[in-house]
Ligand binder design. Structure first.
Ligand code: ZN
Length: 623
């Protein structure tokens, strides 16, 4: 019996089924009997546990009630305190999405309110959190998905058919092809292939004045034969090249967590924008980014999803940044398990829990090696936080201003939480550059943050991101006001390495006053202004109204290590030690060559595991 017939056999006789369809890895049953739809059917639980598939019952469009009427019913049913923001219909899925600031109050105790809405309206309901800070990116993505719902239904049907009904060949090999970030950092990309499927994990750029991209021109890579793309997290060196695939004919899905989808949209759009502004151009257009959104499928941590006829993916928390994930690929029925770590931090930070370790089985672990060298040890987070607060307070108390150059995503939000949760901290913190948009996306997904933060937000009603100390700098005029003000304050601004952007504007005006402090909290790449100042330059050439000027650096300059989103050498080793299942083979990637080799050597010595350090373009046979 095929799977569709098995589902049919498990449904109540009076369900009045109008359609059974695959939607991605899920099976959706459309019924005309409203009672089957609204009933808390035990038959569903029985089917799910028998077939090991997600099954959803939706109403046939003929029984859904009038949309305007339903809108009123929902508005009346939901308590004022829920903060209802938006009600959107997707007739193609017989689905209505309710966006509210407090989704819990829409769902009600034990799901009671939501059940009532379902039975009063005969619509499938989804509840989403509205960002506490208005986010244009989140709004745009949700709009694209709603606008394209007809397309999405067909797209998901096609993927489902391919997963469930394709003729499966026997899997007598599994291979990994190194397409980028092997013995280097940047342009992360690898292909995993079997006789039935081809999947790539990450597709990044190596940003520099002459950017480098993954090796997609080789015969082993065929864009038309690609089944799926999986993105570990939203940094450009992991996702910056992904939209290119959609510019050149890829029409399959891109899997990631929801925060990764949203942050990657923000960062890739900015990447296109910078390319155009600075004349270098970019390898794809904003249209490609929009196409990627249209083809996106999001997964929660721990959600198991079939993605090809012989591969199943699960994403788990990596602790590196909001939404960052380890990718677990299960190949065949118990044949081979791969874990690709992406970037990960095996230490609790204010923002995230440490990396997930509880995998049932791993045969091949593909680990990052950024801090793989024997001497790459970082100070602890607690020490770093204490040093940050000490430096900030000393500056503010002497009447100075603190400038923290930061990337828009992750480090900036980490700094915000450290300051906002500091007792009695009452100075203004100005946020300038794209980091405001990134923060807005953060407020959409508290479920992806550390337990401590979630406790604060959900149980104490205190969201550090909404603290009154934070002020957005939204224009050149507002920037001037901050620069001219005599009040002590903190400024967090992009770019993180002082290469253009508002951070350089602040530096120009803050540098000569010795009361002020410049704090480096992230890595400064060779050749950047940040690296030069770190090395002790006391006079820096800058531009002012088109003219070159020399600015004296009299302000205090400090470097605070320990905020890295990566695991240091000790944490990399202790991560492998703590994994529930000891991998049979470890492949070291994403690190300078010597660091990858060094880490591989240490892993082999400590754990007696086979280690490999492939070069770009090599293929390794895993099975
Ligand atoms: Zn990263």
């Amino acid at each position: 019996m095929n799977i569709i017939d098995e589902v049919k056999a498990g449904l109540p006789a009076d369900a009045d089924v109008s359609d059974i369809a695959f939607e991605g890895s899920e099976i959706v049953v459309y019924v005309k009997n409203p009672e089957t739809f609204t009933a808390n059917g035990t038959f569903i639980r029985a089917l799910v546990s028998k077939l090991k598939k997600r099954i959803e019952i939706r109403p046939d469009p003929s029984i859904t009630k009038d949309m305007e009427e339903v809108r009123e019913t929902i508005k009346k049913a939901i308590p004022e305190a829920a903060g209802l923001e938006e009600i959107t219909f997707e007739p193609a899925f017989s689905r209505v999405t309710i966006e509210a600031l407090k989704p819990g109050l829409v769902i009600g105790k034990g799901g009671e309110l939501l059940r009532k809405i379902k039975s009063d309206t005969h619509w499938a309901t989804v509840v989403k959190r509205a960002p506490a800070i208005q986010s244009d990116v989140v709004a745009t993505i949700r709009k694209v998905l709603f606008k394209e719902s007809e397309f999405r239904r067909k797209f998901l049907n096609d993927i489902g058919k391919r997963i469930h009904t394709a003729d499966k060949k026997e899997i007598d090999w599994v291979r990994l092809t190194a397409l980028g970030a092997f013995r280097e950092v940047g342009r992360s990309c690898m292909q995993i292939s079997t006789p039935n499927s081809r999947v790539i994990m990450d597709c990044g750029v190596k940003p520099s004045t002459k950017p480098e991209y993954p090796y997609l021109q080789i015969p082993e890579f065929d864009i038309r034969a690609l089944d799926a793309v999986i993105i570990s997290h939203s940094h450009l060196d992991h996702v910056g090249f992904m939209p290119y695939l959609y510019e050149y004919g890829y029409e399959g899905p891109v899997y990631s967590t929801s925060p990764t989808r949203d942050l990657m949209t923000l960062l890739c759009l900015d990447y296109v924008d910078i390319g155009e502004r600075e004349g270098g151009g970019s390898p794809y257009t904003t249209r490609a980014v929009e196409k990627a959104i249209k083809h996106s499928i999001t997964l929660e941590y721990g959600e198991v999803s079939d993605i090809t006829p012989d591969m199943r993916v699960t994403l788990q928390n990596a602790g590196h940044m909001l939404g960052s994930a380890l990718v677990h690929l299960h190949v065949g029925e118990g044949l081979h398990n791969i874990v690709y770590t992406g970037d990960y931090n095996f230490e609790r930070s204010k923002l995230s829990e440490p990396t997930f370790t509880d995998f049932q089985r791993i045969e091949t672990l593909i680990t990052e090696s950024t801090y793989g060298a024997a001497n790459a040890i970082q100070p602890s987070r607690v020490d770093a936080e204490r040093k940050l607060i000490d430096k900030v307070m000393a500056t503010l108390k002497r009447g100075g201003k603190v400038l923290i150059p930061s990337f828009a995503v992750e480090r900036a939000q980490e700094m915000m939480i450290v300051l906002a949760t500091q007792k009695d901290f009452n100075y203004p913190v100005y946020l300038d550059g794209m980091l405001w948009d990134a923060t807005a996306i953060h407020t959409t997904y508290p479920e992806y943050m550390s337990r401590e933060l979630q406790y604060k937000i959900f149980h104490q009603g205190e969201n550090p991101f909404l603290s009154p100390i934070f002020k957005r700098v939204g224009s050149a005029t507002e920037r001037k006001e901050v620069i001219n003000s005599t009040e002590p304050c903190v400024v967090i601004a992009t770019s993180g390495m002082l290469v253009g952007g508002p951070s350089v504007e602040y530096l120009k005006h803050f540098a000569e006053d010795e009361k002020n402090t410049l704090l480096f909290v992230s890595y400064q790449a060779e050749g950047t202004l940040g690296a030069k100042i770190q090395r002790g330059w006391k006079e820096i050439p800058l531009e002012e109204k088109g003219k070159r000027v020399l600015v004296k650096v009299n302000m205090e300059v400090d470097v605070i290590d320990g905020f890295s989103g990566h695991s240091d050498r000790n944490q990399l080793l202790s991560y492998i030690h703590r994994l529930r299942d000891r991998p049979k083979r470890v492949i070291c990637v994403h690190g300078e060559e010597s660091r990858c080799l060094d880490l591989a050597h240490a892993i082999h010595k400590n754990f007696r595991i086979e280690t490999l350090v492939p070069r770009n373009l090599e293929t390794v046979r895993l099975v």
